[in-house]
Design a binder for this molecule. Structure first.
Ligand SMILES: NC(=O)c1ccc[n+]([C@@H]2O[C@H](COP(=O)([O-])OP(=O)(O)OC[C@H]3O[C@@H](n4cnc5c(N)ncnc54)[C@H](O)[C@@H]3O)[C@@H](O)[C@H]2O)c1
Length: 353
């Protein structure tokens, strides 16, 4: 088992990564005499939920299932979970456990930040995206009709327990969505991870051990280092948004349907790499290198459907607009990410050609 820590001071927490969830470790965090509500969704295979419940020692363990999908990250589901906690008479010594992908993790973390002004929660992420990204960093949120993730809080879990076994049942589309984020860490500063991907694309695609565990571990090392330096997203954390300005615009253009978050971010990273090339930060062979990495993992690198005129409106709504000008995350010749508002708009149009 590998252990990586994130956060600072009172809200520091450990992230445990292993093939199989450890019963002993889990029961160190779940107190026998306190209540526990496992929040999960209808897409998580029942065998995983049954196995989890069977190893928990708590005398008072309950399960709350949301319908699967992004729609569950809503005010309505938030209220339903709160109603359940009130009905079960949860107090501040009781805990929540998020068991699922980013949807379950985000809403559970948000409920935990507000119920009784805050109770503990544990993250057991079951999608690759949640394991390498959303379960680490303490960002929690729900969506409202006006936009995605507009209501939320920074709230670190008390621990994150990652088991690669859960990924065996994950559909390919969801697995690929997480791979997009793994590539991101490789391109914004983790050269070891980049090397591993370049040498073992087939083993990674086939979910082979020890590669799964290694890519998750390396991704988390990069994410935890960055979010620990900048817990509230005031500076360096911005580089985690590499590919996201274009990717979010692609998601919004598609009305958040038909394309996964990771697939949109992957296209966004290709566009951002092209922009980095046109701005002179990377050489042409390095741009080819980025495209080859994406292709070697079987992800789509063809963004020709999305040109500047289609995405412009959606890019202007991006949270990264400051004083009317968009900031972009680009990469340099050493594959380190950096934020800049200093670019030629002609190159943005060229990258989106
Ligand atoms: N908090 C953050 O920092 C952060 C970062 C990135 C993304 N997010 C959020 O994460 C969400 C997306 O997360 P996601 O991609 O995990 O999607 P998701 O939570 O919707 O899960 C995808 C699908 O996979 C199913 N599933 C989960 N685990 C499974 C398993 N082991 N086997 C089979 N099926 C399984 C789920 O039921 C669901 O249908 C978005 O809401 C996004 O905003 C948050």
């Amino acid at each position: 088992m590998s252990v990586i820590s994130a956060g600072t001071g009172d809200t520091k927490y450990n992230i445990y990564i292993s093939k199989q969830l450890s019963k002993n470790l889990l029961n160190k965090y779940v107190k026998r005499n306190n209540k526990l509500l496992i929040v999960t969704d209808t897409g998580i295979p029942n065998e995983h939920i049954k196995n989890l419940k069977s190893i928990i020692n708590s005398r008072n363990c309950h399960i709350f299932k949301l319908p699967k999908g992004e729609k569950s990250k809503s005010l309505n589901s938030y209220k339903k979970i709160i109603d359940e906690l009130i009905k079960l008479k949860f107090d501040r010594s009781d805990s929540l456990l998020a068991f699922g992908g980013g949807v379950v993790g985000d809403i559970t973390g948000f409920v935990a930040s507000t119920y009784l002004r805050g109770i503990n929660y544990i993250q057991i992420p079951t999608t690759l995206l949640a394991q390498v990204d959303s379960s680490v960093g303490g960002k929690t949120a729900i969506n409202i009709p006006q936009g995605k993730n507009l209501v939320g809080a920074f709230n670190n879990p008390c621990c994150v327990m990652i088991s690669t076994n859960y990924l065996k049942t994950l559909p390919e589309k969801e697995f690929n969505s997480g791979l997009g984020e793994v590539i991101k860490y490789a391109l914004i500063g983790n050269s070891k991870l980049k090397n591993i991907i370049e040498k073992n694309p087939k083993q990674i695609k086939d979910k082979k051990e020890p590669f799964l565990k290694i890519i998750i571990e390396e991704s988390i090392k990069t994410k935890s280092k960055i979010v620990t330096k900048d817990e509230k997203e005031a500076g360096v954390r911005a580089i985690l948004n590499f590919g996201h300005t274009f990717g979010h615009a692609i998601e919004a253009y598609n009305n958040y349907k038909n394309i996964s978050h990771g697939a949109a971010i992957t296209l966004g990273m290709i566009i951002a790499s092209k922009l980095s090339f046109y701005e002179g930060y990377i050489k042409e062979y390095q741009l080819d290198n980025v495209i080859n990495i994406v292709d070697s993992l079987g992800l789509n690198s063809d963004h020709s459907k999305y040109n500047y005129s289609k995405l412009k409106k959606f890019m202007a709504n991006d949270k990264k607009v400051s004083k009317g000008k968009l900031n972009f995350i680009m990469i340099d010749k050493n594959f380190n990410g950096f934020k800049t508002s200093n670019y030629d708009i002609k190159n943005v149009k060229k990258a989106l050609n």
